[in-house]
Write a protein that binds this ligand. Structure first.
Ligand SMILES: [Zn+2]
Length: 145
């Protein structure tokens, strides 16, 4: 038990609280009546550790794997490719050069022929788009229909 540095009351439990610019030992009565901010113990480091361990505990990598499994090629992938290419003002020839593929690859893809996964990735990189969408489970599709 100490003494309140604010009201001078002795034999009371005090806590360090901020008063103007300084930190004083204050009794709970002063803290309550003056609405003082009680100085917190430096537990921030521990809190951060808890937070980061929580994130890893959720298994971020696990979610990534699940997302990968649950994606499929967008049904309108050819439209996405064509639209993005036009927005960027690229000709099929330009895009083919950027991706280091033959122009026929671009033409086929834009006509709706599914290219290989590695080619799709080239499209995504060259155009800065995403061609894969979240796969809708069959049961959900039936409910929606
Ligand atoms: Zn006091």
């Amino acid at each position: 038990m100490g003494a309140c540095e604010l009201c001078g009351k002795e034999g009371v439990g005090t806590r360090r609280a901020k008063v103007s610019q300084s930190v004083l030992e204050c009794c709970s009565g002063c803290i309550a009546s003056m609405g003082l901010v009680v100085e917190q113990r430096p537990t921030k480091i521990i809190q951060n550790n808890e937070q980061s361990s929580l994130v890893t505990g959720k298994g971020v990598s696990g979610i990534d794997i699940m997302t990968k499994d649950a994606t499929e090629l967008a049904g309108d992938f050819h439209a996405r490719i064509r639209n993005s290419r036009k927005i960027k003002g690229l000709s099929q020839k330009d895009l083919a050069r950027m991706m280091n593929v033959k122009i026929g690859v671009i033409q086929k893809a834009e006509n709706g022929n599914r290219p290989t996964d590695s080619t799709l990735e080239k499209f995504e990189r060259a155009l800065g788009i995403s061609l894969f969408v979240e796969a809708i489970p069959r049961s959900n599709t039936m409910v929606a229909n």
